[in-house]
Design a protein around this ligand. Structure first.
Ligand SMILES: [Zn+2]
Ligand SMILES: [Zn+2]
Length: 342
């Protein structure tokens, strides 16, 4: 969502006039059609895929937290800046987000995922349409739903506001190193896409911008759908500990999962080639940031292309930045990914 920043910059003049009371003719979207009962659909429970753990409390950073250098509990954005903690009813005074108090983007939409992952001696190539193999919330965000106001206040280039952005397929084609190596220094994040989920969507930089163009934690500022996703510039992507909906069809974990909790399965690949795993560490407990390095990863034995290897990898968890904080390897550029910097 950081890309909205760029949208704001490009569309600032036009956006202001579009942010007034919604009295402008809004087209067919406001016609009270026989909507496909989005409220009922919203009751659909998150699936217990991958390891299914629904993390309900997230630790969001305080206002003034720097994102200009690598550090634990923050991220390293090439553009730099500081975060603002938004004023939202689901965040308590200690900066804890209660996910159960945050509305989901309601409704249900189904997609036809296409994702082909192929390997060569040195590369791992992802070719797909960017669509997930699980259902998503209904985008554009519908007027009258609890999530609407939070999206409607954000300008979006090419749309009346961010609530109007739909999900669309796009041409994902990127090759990352198959066996990446750890570099001496972490690399900052300079594009929105930080990784590809096996479920079909992408992982994004954990920074969005608010109506005043300030960098914010997207999980703090915005309702997401039940799979922790939403579109930016029509590309569906995840924020936070988004493993909840993973585990269907091709992204399904091996079926011989023992009942005893263990290390979470692989859920995707970062654009530096390292794996992204769910929230459970080697002992089966949800990893804390204190278990991880500044890029939100660590090194131990994992399964990699069917072999046991000692290797660096990233984890999703409930402490900001929730997913990648920086790159331990050498990131590639994802064609078609927004950058978001002015
Ligand atoms: Zn986003
Ligand atoms: Zn691990």
């Amino acid at each position: 969502m950081y890309g909205v920043l760029r949208s704001v910059a490009l569309a600032a003049g036009a956006a202001c006039s579009l942010l007034g009371p919604s009295t402008a003719p809004s087209g067919p979207g406001t016609v009270p059609t026989a909507a496909p009962h989005p409220v009922r659909a919203a009751e659909e429970a998150p699936r217990g895929g991958a390891d299914g753990t629904l993390i309900t409390r997230l630790r969001t950073p305080a206002t003034g937290t720097s994102i200009a250098a690598p550090g634990r509990d923050t991220l390293f954005a090439c553009k730099g800046g500081t975060l603002t903690r938004p004023d939202r009813p689901w965040i308590d005074a200690h900066g804890v987000i209660d996910v159960r108090k945050r509305p989901f983007v309601s409704g249900t939409m189904h997609w036809h995922k296409y994702l082909k992952v192929t390997t060569t001696g040195t590369g791992r190539r992802f070719q797909g349409n960017g669509l997930p193999d699980h259902s998503t919330g209904r985008f554009p965000v519908q007027q009258g739903t609890p999530a609407y106001q939070y999206y409607a206040e954000i300008p979006a280039h090419g749309y009346p506001n961010a609530a109007a952005i739909p999900i669309e397929p796009w041409n994902l084609d990127v090759t990352v190193p198959r066996d990446p190596s750890v570099r001496a220094r972490p690399t900052c994040i300079d594009q929105l896409t930080t990784g590809m989920a096996l479920a079909g969507g992408t992982f994004h930089l954990e920074v969005a911008t608010d109506a005043q163009d300030r960098p914010v934690d997207p999980n703090a500022a915005l309702p997401l759908d039940r799979c922790w996703g939403h579109p930016y510039d029509t590309q569906y992507h995840y924020h936070g500990p988004s493993q909840t909906c993973f585990g269907s069809r091709s992204s399904k974990a091996p079926t011989n999962t023992p009942s005893r909790p263990r290390h979470s399965p692989l859920v995707g690949y970062a654009i530096d080639g390292f794996g992204i795993f769910g929230p459970r560490g080697e002992d089966g407990k949800i990893v804390k940031n204190s278990d991880l390095d500044v890029c939100h990863g660590h090194t131990h034995t994992i399964m990699w292309d069917g072999r046991k290897v000692v290797m660096y990898h990233y984890h999703l968890n409930g402490e900001y930045p929730y997913s990648l904080g920086c790159f331990r390897g050498q990131p590639v550029t994802v064609p078609g990914s927004g950058h978001g910097w002015h």
